[in-house]
Design a protein around this ligand. Structure first.
Ligand code: ATR
Length: 279
């Protein structure tokens, strides 16, 4: 697709940015829909982030994604921030309005849920408690998404207990704290287990969690996608659990931004998955 003088522009702000998969995935959709547009990597050092964003708006970009380490910083440069992003304290999608305003959203939660729904169509929030492993930024997005979807109990299982307590205390609702040293009681009636830690990622040790107490009907979802089949997912698959890998969360979180910037709501397909994996 040739880019003309009318091309719609977007990109991803990060530091570093060279490992980002976002240009590959947005590029796929731009070509698929023959859109006159471009999506580019934008390497921005933390101390220049606050000047970079208005500069993009001045250059008539439609908006941008925001990734590590800028997601929290991005709240401060927005004129409006949606409720989900405010609750997470992090923005991953910027939309530059025709009014000149900078609008911040967070699509990680919707990306997580849509990936789960696509990968485990039999799962429903009412099926029962969820166990979320980890208490960092990713755990926060996942726990809020599950609570908002109506999951009756969301148990935070984290090595450092006080971080799980802080998360559950702040977010309230169905969130409680599970015991890292004795997780079996929290797993016994769970309908969903989600790993949000980096354990299981290439170069990291596997997640040391015994799955034996978990009912084999429970869905097991890892948000790690390198490798696609983590040790956790391989063990879960061998036990007969429905399993959902993490690549789809990355792909689904990108959908709302693309729709806002380029005017087409794209789909997450096997072709897209294969394209991003091969890149
Ligand atoms: P993110 O924002 O991407 O979620 P983070 O804030 O660094 O990342 O959180 C990483 C999570 O992985 C934390 O829950 C961390 O547990 P601690 O709070 O105990 O640090 C978890 N994690 C990382 N390495 C771990 C390990 N070796 N064993 C157990 N948990 C680990």
């Amino acid at each position: 697709m040739t880019i003309t003088g009318n091309a719609a522009l977007a990109g991803v702000l990060g530091w570093p940015i060279n490992h980002s998969k976002s240009p590959v995935l947005h590029g796929y959709w731009l070509r698929q829909h023959a859109i006159d547009g471009a999506y580019v990597p934008l390497a921005v050092a933390p101390e220049r982030f606050a000047e970079a964003v208005p500069a993009l708006a001045a250059l008539h970009f439609q908006g941008a994604n925001v990734t590590v380490p800028h997601k929290e910083r991005a709240l401060a440069v927005c004129d409006t921030v949606d409720a989900h992003a405010r609750r997470l304290g992090a923005v991953n999608t910027l939309i530059f309005g025709t009014d000149g305003g900078i609008h911040g959203r967070n699509t990680d939660g919707v990306g997580f849920l849509n990936n789960l729904r696509q990968g485990a169509p039999g799962w429903s929030p009412a099926d029962g408690p969820a166990v979320v492993v980890g208490a960092g930024g990713a755990a926060r997005a996942v726990a809020v998404a599950l609570a908002d979807a109506g999951v009756p109990a969301v148990r935070v299982l984290n090595r450092t207990r006080h971080k799980a307590e802080a998360l559950a205390g702040e977010l309230g609702g169905p969130l409680t704290v599970a015991d890292w040293a004795d997780p079996a009681p929290s797993l016994g009636d769970a309908a969903l287990l989600v790993n949000t830690t980096s354990l299981g990622m290439t170069g990291e040790p596997p997640l040391p969690l015994d799955l034996a107490p978990l009912p084999t009907t429970a869905v097991v979802n890892d948000i790690v996608y390198k490798p696609l089949e983590t040790d956790l997912l391989a063990r879960a698959r061998a036990r007969g659990h429905p399993v959902v890998d993490g690549l789809g969360m990355l792909l689904h979180q990108a959908v709302p931004g693309f729709a806002a910037w380029f005017g087409v709501t794209p789909e997450v397909t096997d072709g897209l998955r294969a394209h991003v994996l091969a890149a």
